[in-house]
Ligand binder design. Structure first.
Ligand SMILES: [Zn+2]
Length: 126
């Protein structure tokens, strides 16, 4: 299938969340892209979230890193949920008192790792 149907009724359920974004989505080398962000299919989101969570503390820092690199509908609320369920992220919520530097575990990660993780996963599933 190429292009979007005129009518929202003709769209497969799985594509519905993307309908309102259709003008900002393009396909590059078979990968769906929104702006500069790779659109992550639902089956890979938990891996990307895990990766984000290992590398960045707290909702804001995870969101900052994710935005412009990866995207899926509802990403911000998914990440908020993740941070809300994490004890360490909760401790990192903004306060008036400066907090000591903390991390989930040792290791340096970069945002590009998210994309390479995605690409590796995508390769292994196609
Ligand atoms: Zn956390």
């Amino acid at each position: 299938m190429e292009g979007w149907p005129e009518n929202k009724r003709d769209i497969p359920t799985c594509a519905l969340p993307y309908f309102d974004l259709r003008d900002s989505l393009i396909v590059v080398d078979g990968i769906l892209v929104k702006g500069k962000a790779v659109v992550i299919p639902s089956e890979l989101r938990s891996t990307i979230k895990r990766r984000l969570h290992c590398s960045y503390l707290g909702r804001d820092s995870m969101l900052r890193r994710a935005r412009g690199v990866v995207f899926w509908p509802g990403m911000a609320s998914d990440i908020k949920q993740l941070a809300d369920s994490s004890e360490i992220c909760q401790e990192m919520k903004p306060r008036n008192v400066p907090q000591p530097l903390k991390q989930h575990k040792k290791g340096v990660n970069h945002d590009r790792k998210l994309v390479s993780t995605y690409l590796r996963l995508k390769e292994s599933t196609t």
